[in-house]
Design a protein around this ligand. Structure first.
Ligand code: ADP
Ligand code: MG
Length: 246
C-alpha cells in the first residue's frame, strides 16, 4: 500500500519530558476510515502519543505526517492540523459561560469565518446528530455528563475534521451515561470517520475497532484485530494487561 493511503503516519516518534523518555520510538500508520483503539496501563504514554497528532504535544525525534502534512513547528501547519484533527477529552472542557449552541458555533465562526446563521445551522445539525437538539440553549452546567460529552463531540465535529481523537471519552462518566456516548462514537465510525480512541471499553473495541493496540512504557507492544487481541494475544504484556481489565 502506498503512503498516500495512510491518513496518519507516525514514524519512530520519540519524546522526552525532561529526562523522562515518554515516547520511545513509536510507529503507527492509520488508514482512512480506520478505527484504532489504543489501550494500556495508566502512564504508558497513550495521551501523550495521540496529542502529538494534533500538535498539542511536541516531539523531539521521528516524523508525523497527517493527511500528507508533515507536522513541524510552522504555525500555519499547526492551524491546518488542528482543523483536520478533532479531539475529545475525558474532561469535556466545554466553555461554561456559553450555551451549548455557542460552544459549537465558536470554532466555525472564528476559524472558518462562517456567518452566524450558517454556523448556527451547522450547530443544530450536529446536535441532532448527537441526539441532543433540545439542549441547544442550555448551559453545560445544566446538562448531564453524557450530554456534555456529546456536546464536546459535536463541537469537535463543527470543524469538519478528517480525523477524530478520543482520549478516554467515557472515563469521567457515570456508568449509565457511557452507552449514549459510545453510541455516538459508533455512529461516527460507521459514517466512515477515521478515529483513534484511547479507551478501556472492551465492548466498544470489539465491536467498532478495526485494530486494537497495546501501549506500555512508551512503546507499542501489540497490534491486532479485536478478536485476536482479546482472545489470542501474542504478547505476555498484553495477556497481563487484559487479565487486569477483563
Ligand atoms: P497515559 O495517557 O497512558 O496514562 P500519559 O501520556 O498521560 O499516559 O503520561 C505518560 C507519562 O508521562 C506519565 O508518567 C506522566 O506522568 C508523564 N507526563 C505526562 N505529561 C507530563 C508533563 N507535562 N510533564 C512531565 N511528565 C508528564
Ligand atoms: Mg491518558
Amino acid at each position: 500500500m502506498s503512503e498516500q493511503n495512510f491518513i496518519i503516519i507516525a514514524e519512530e516518534v520519540h519524546k522526552w519530558y525532561g529526562k523522562f523518555h515518554v515516547l520511545q520510538g513509536v510507529s503507527l500508520t492509520v488508514n482512512r476510515g480506520e478505527v484504532v483503539v489504543l489501550m494500556g496501563p495508566s502512564g504508558s504514554g497513550k495521551s501523550t502519543f495521540i496529542r502529538t497528532f494534533n500538535a498539542l504535544e511536541e516531539y523531539q525525534q521521528g516524523k508525523i505526517i497527517i493527511d500528507g502534512i508533515t507536522l513541524s513547528h510552522d504555525l500555519r501547519n499547526i492551524e491546518t492540523i488542528r482543523r483536520e484533527v478533532g479531539m475529545v477529552f475525558q474532561q469535556f472542557n466545554l466553555f461554561p459561560h456559553l450555551t451549548v449552541q455557542q460552544n459549537i458555533t465558536l470554532a466555525p465562526t472564528w476559524v472558518r469565518r462562517w456567518n452566524k446563521a450558517k454556523s448556527e445551522e451547522l450547530a443544530m445539525q450536529l446536535l441532532e446528530r448527537v441526539g441532543i437538539l433540545e439542549q441547544a440553549q442550555k448551559y453545560p452546567g445544566q446538562l448531564s455528563g453524557g450530554q456534555q460529552q456529546r456536546v464536546a463531540i459535536a463541537r469537535a465535529l463543527a470543524m469538519q475534521p478528517k480525523i477524530m481523537l478520543f482520549d478516554e471519552p467515557t472515563s469521567a462518566l457515570d456508568p449509565e451515561m457511557v452507552r449514549e456516548v459510545l453510541d455516538v462514537m459508533r455512529n461516527l465510525a460507521s459514517d466512515g470517520m477515521t478515529m483513534v480512541v484511547v479507551t478501556h471499553e472492551v465492548g466498544f473495541a470489539r465491536e467498532v475497532a478495526d485494530r486494537v493496540i497495546l501501549m506500555d512504557s512508551g512503546s507499542l507492544v501489540e497490534s491486532a484485530t479485536p478478536d485476536a487481541f482479546f482472545t489470542n494475544p501474542k504478547e505476555e504484556r498484553t495477556r497481563k494487561f487484559l487479565s487486569q481489565i477483563l
